[in-house]
Design a protein around this ligand. Structure first.
Ligand SMILES: Cc1cc2nc3c(=O)[nH]c(=O)nc-3n(C[C@H](O)[C@H](O)[C@H](O)COP(=O)(O)O)c2cc1C
Length: 174
């Protein structure tokens, strides 16, 4: 079992999957439970997670994401949706426009790390046609797709990506 820092270091976007290897139910549940343990504004958890395993729907999601074919190759696609009105009830415009998006985003980030801890891989997909995704997953009114995660056992070892130097990103105020 990796420690937390190793898990974070081993998270890389994977865009090729073993499509014939299903994701075990227990692992999927553990990933979703981890996502739902993320912090949220006022603990309102203003998001929903749609689990898409159906082949045709994953193919349609791939089409809605400018033909990113790894989405249909991965056995599961998780769609993280914000629920702006839930946050707006307590926090007004800031909840509506910002917190609900942050809630959904943090949950997806937690899920990505849980995927690594479960011995699998994912890629964050932000480049998609929102209206098409809503229609494909028959999303109820009041929800907005924020991010999708392809999820499954990897069929490639991706090259690690580079990062900006810390001193370009971090400022210390003494
Ligand atoms: C907001 C956001 C949107 C992204 N959209 C896509 C996408 O549509 N397709 C894709 O292949 N990767 C997408 N990515 C993944 C990034 O390309 C990837 O995280 C980045 O290149 C760093 O690589 P790494 O994840 O392996 O560290 C997205 C990541 C984020 C955070």
């Amino acid at each position: 079992m990796w420690d937390f820092f190793e898990t974070v270091r081993h998270r890389h976007s994977v865009r090729s999957y073993q499509s014939d290897l299903p994701v075990e139910k227990e692992k999927l549940n553990a990933i979703i439970e981890t996502a739902c343990s993320a912090p949220s504004a006022g603990d309102l958890q203003a998001y929903k997670i749609i689990v898409v395993s159906n082949n045709e729907k994953r193919q349609a999601l791939s089409n809605a994401a400018q033909e990113q074919s790894f989405i249909s190759e991965a056995p599961i696609c998780l769609v993280f949706c914000s629920e702006p009105d839930r946050s707006a009830e307590k926090y007004g415009d800031r909840g509506h426009d910002l917190y609900a998006v942050q809630d959904a985003t943090i949950a997806a980030a937690y899920a990505q790390l849980a995927v690594v801890a479960a011995g699998m891989a994912s890629t964050w997909i932000g480049y998609f046609d929102e209206a098409m995704v809503k229609q494909i997953i028959e999303l109820e009114d009041g929800l907005t797709p924020i991010a999708m995660l392809s999820l499954g056992y990897p069929a490639e070892l991706p090259e690690p990506t580079t990062r900006r130097r810390l001193d370009e990103i971090v400022s210390h105020l003494d």
